[in-house]
Design a protein around this ligand. Sequence first.
Ligand SMILES: [Zn+2]
Length: 287
Amino acid sequence: MRVRVFFSADYAPAGIPSLARLGVAAAEFERQGLADIRAPAPLDVDVLRGLHDEAYLQAFLRGREPLASSQGIAWSPAMRDATLAMLAGQIEAARHALAHGMAMNLARGFHHAVYERGSGFCPINGLALVAHAMPDQRVFVVDCDEHGGNGTEEYAARLPNLFNASIFGTRFGCVGHARSWAFEVRVPRDGFAAYAAALKRIEQRLERERPDLVLYQAGADCHVGDPKSRACLSTRRMLERDLRVFRMVRRLGLPIVVVVAGGYQRASAVARLNAQTLRAARHVLLR
Ligand SMILES: [Zn+2]
C-alpha cells in the first residue's frame, strides 16, 4: 500500500536548497513506490488570519521588508508561494489523517516561527496552523527534529487546543511549560536509552491528554551525518525512533500527520532518511 503524501513542485523551488531537497525526496518516494502523491488545492489565506500578528502576515504575503525575510531566507514570490503550498498541504494532510488515520505532508513544519515574525528558516508556523484552523480538534505535536520547537511551544501557551513535546539535540529556546514538554538528548553523551525514555514520557503524556490528532515532526537533521546534528542518531536509531512513534499512536488509536521537517546534509541522503520514515509508517500503520 502507498501512503497518502501531500506535495507539489511549488513546495520545492530550485533556488532555495532547504526546500529544493523536498523534490529530491518526492522522486525517491516515487522510485521506491511508497507514496500516493497529491498536490493540495491552493490555500485560502484567510485561514492564516490571527495565527500571526497581522502586520507580520501582511509583510510576508506582500514582501515588505525587513519583516518578510525575518525567518532568515531572503523573501521572494517563489519562497512565499512554496510556504503557502506547504501550509495548504498541512491542512489537507490533517483532514486526511482525521478521516483515514494517517498522511504525510512532504514539507517543513516551520516550528520556530513565532506570533510576531518568522525565525530559523520558518516563516509561518505550520504546526500551530492546524490547531488554529481546527479549533475543535486537540492537536498534539511530537517534535523529533534536531532543534527544539520553540515557536510551537509559544503557540501552545496561546492556543488551548495545542500541545507540544519536543526531543532535541539543540534547544533553540525550547524549555517547556504547562502544555509543552522539552527533552534535550545527545546520544553520544546520554545514550539512545535517554532518547527512548523521552519517547516513553511523551507516550504517557499522549495517553493522558488523548488528543484528536498527532503531528509528527520527523526531522532528519538529528542524523549523525547532518552538519547541524548534536543528537547524532545513526540511520538505524532514526528508524527505531520512527517505529516507536508510529507504534505508540497505533496502540493509542490516534491519527497522525508526518512532516519531514529539517535536514541539511546532501539532498539524496536526506531523501533516503525521509523514505525510511515513510516505510516505517507504512510498516506499522498500514498493515
Ligand atoms: Zn531542525
